[in-house]
Design a protein around this ligand. Structure first.
Ligand code: LLP
Length: 414
């Protein structure tokens, strides 16, 4: 169920009107539906009941403490890529033993902290990282649980910036070389080989790349078994797409069924690292029209949110739906580019949208719960916006709007 719906002509977040949120907290702000996050997580969890499984929410998609805590309460694990994400998860009530640590550039300090806490697994992306981890664990008198992230050379057919599973990408270990690297890993005294993982990209809208990758990974698992290396878990990463426009991504259930055909009754714990599919459609960016501007070429709606608040349209040419909070019928519609106040031509949130607008109208940029606030910045000295969470008729600020003094709080005049 979509938790952002019109009631009596006004767009609501669950039971709360977005007009009242704008009045109370100001714009721009992100608004998340806690119910939607819970629903998505439960859908994912239920689809996998056939297997012992661990769902590690990819923290990078939305790392607000309240979001992490909502998921921790449901029993989620977490996929992290930095020491910062690790501390966030703990602070939000997540369990260390349900954390997988991904990423190509783990530092010694990050490894030490994760070993000290006893995380579920390090997703190791290179031989160099493997040797470093063996060294760090050895000095601490520990053995590091390791999965090798393999690169299955599959085209995820998504935007090139978020495609990760091809030979030309920096991620993972070439699947053809993996048996050798596993053999090395198995010899290292402070490494405990526990699994294998892959992540081929994000916002996948077709099932075939997932299937191809899973088949290749399971072939590798069989080869390793012959080599005498028995794994405990197989991690298929994240990447399941969501509907922003007219895409028809596979559902979690379809995905799980397709995997079932490949896995049979394989005795492995299955791990996933979903990010976007859990939170994207659980959030909107609420913004207000400041000015309407007409040039000989175009109509612009200049809004109070900008590319620093939501960079996806500028960075990936991403399309996100724009909904008027109170749709107008009193004036005719125009094609608008929805742009922000930042001094860059790339500062747009949407292009060529047919809307009926007046200054002060509120707009909801949809599907903004994933990679929205998490990728925001202070560019143009714009304080980062507030984040609001709604559940039913209850509404809380889960991150205050920054004020201007926050902008230079860490700076010193020479
Ligand atoms: N696991 C690993 C190792 C990843 O690198 C990622 C995402 C995920 C899991 C989660 O993928 P998801 O289920 O969210 O697709 N900023 C981009 C997306 C970058 C994704 C990076 N890695 C965007 O806004 O579209």
């Amino acid at each position: 169920m979509d938790c952002f719906q019109y009631r009596n002509g006004v767009l609501h977040a669950e039971d709360i009107s977005l007009v009242s949120i704008a009045e109370q907290y100001g714009t721009p702000c992100y608004v998340y539906s806690r119910t939607a996050i819970e629903q998505q997580w439960r859908t994912f969890d239920r689809a996998l009941t056939a297997y012992p499984h661990l769902i590690c929410y990819a923290v990078k998609a939305n790392s607000n403490l309240a979001v992490l805590n909502t998921l921790a309460q449901l029993g989620a694990g977490f996929d992290i890529v930095s020491g910062g994400e690790l501390e966030r998860v703990l602070h939000a009530g997540g369990q260390a033993n349900k954390i997988v640590f991904s990423g190509v550039g783990k530092t010694i300090a990050e490894m030490q902290r994760a070993l000290e806490l006893g995380i579920f697994c390090f997703n190791v992306e290179s031989e160099a990282e493997l040797f470093r981890l063996n060294d760090v664990a050895g000095k601490m008198g520990k053995r590091a649980p390791v999965s090798l992230r393999v690169n299955p050379d599959v085209d995820a057919k998504t935007h090139p910036y978020i495609s990760t599973g091809m030979k030309k990408n920096k991620f993972g270990i070439d699947i053809a070389l993996a048996p050798l690297v596993y053999a090395t890993a198995a010899q290292l005294p402070h490494i405990e080989v526990t699994g294998v993982d892959c992540h081929i990209g994000s916002q996948l809208t077709e099932i075939t790349p997932f299937i191809d990758a899973a088949q290749r990974v399971m072939q590798l698992v069989a080869t390793l078994k012959q080599q005498g290396i028995e794994l405990k878990h197989v991690d298929f990463g994240g990447g399941l797409g969501v509907q922003y426009d007219a895409e028809t991504p596979p559902s979690v259930v379809e995905y799980a069924q397709a995997l079932q055909a490949i896995l049979g009754n394989a005795p492995y714990q299955i791990v996933f690292e979903p990010g976007r599919v859990i939170v994207a459609n659980a959030g909107i960016l609420l913004t207000k029209v400041e000015y309407l501007k007409q040039t000989p070429e175009k109509h612009f709606a200049i809004v109070d949110a900008a590319m620093n608040d939501l960079i996806r349209p500028a960075l990936y040419s991403a399309w996100q739906a724009v909904s008027p909070v109170i749709p107008r019928e009193d004036i005719s519609s125009q094609e608008y580019d929805i742009v922000g106040p930042i001094c860059e031509t790339g500062d747009f949130l949407a292009k060529d949208r047919n809307l009926s607008l007046q200054p002060d109208d509120l707009l909801a940029i949809r599907s903004a719960g994933a990679y929205g606030f998490a990728m925001s910045s202070n560019y143009n000295s714009r304080p980062r916006v507030a984040e609001i969470m709604v559940q039913g008729a209850e509404c809380r600020v889960i991150r205050q709007r920054e004020n201007v003094a926050d902008l230079w709080a860490l700076e010193r005049i020479w």
